[in-house]
Design a protein. Structure first.
Length: 152
């Protein structure tokens, strides 16, 4: 049996990246900057806990930005987005809806406002945004030619 492994990067909208950056900077400022400026840090433990909190959100945003991708290996599609890992047997995908609008990131493994929606196992679905969408769809269709692709 021939082993198949393909990795697809996630399409990344610049505006989505700017949103992650702005939220990260706001959290960092509110956790550390503002309390420092206003003199509301009263102990070293307070400072350390605020720095820790201020670093968590930017670190998580970086993890999402650089750690969101999709792999197809044998009959399995794996979508990774930071700490989240979704595994879907390609044989269970029934429909793919193209041109979907979404807000991704934390709850969906996509970093773009545009995505495709994979429906599988009856009522489950996931939105993803592979950069090379045509090649990605072609690879899925090789494994499961019964997938129905819908324009919207």
């Amino acid at each position: 049996m021939l082993l198949m492994y393909k990795k697809f990067t996630c399409a990344k909208a610049v505006t989505f990246g700017l949103l992650l950056l702005c939220v990260s900077m706001l959290v960092l400022f509110l956790a550390v900057g503002y309390p420092w400026i206003s003199g509301n840090i009263h102990s070293m433990a307070d400072l350390i806990s605020r720095i820790f909190l201020g670093i968590i959100v930017p670190a998580f945003s970086l993890w999402l930005w650089f750690g969101t991708f999709y792999t197809i290996e044998q009959d399995n599609l794996t979508a990774r987005s930071g700490p989240q890992v979704f595994k879907i047997p390609v044989s269970q995908i029934t429909h793919i809806r193209l041109n979907q609008k979404t807000i991704g990131g934390l709850w969906k493994p996509t970093l773009s406002w545009n995505s495709i929606k994979l429906e599988y196992k009856g009522f489950d679905s996931i939105n993803i945004s592979p950069e090379r969408q045509d090649e990605f769809l072609s690879e899925l269709m090789k494994i499961n030619p019964d997938i129905e692709i819908k324009p919207e």
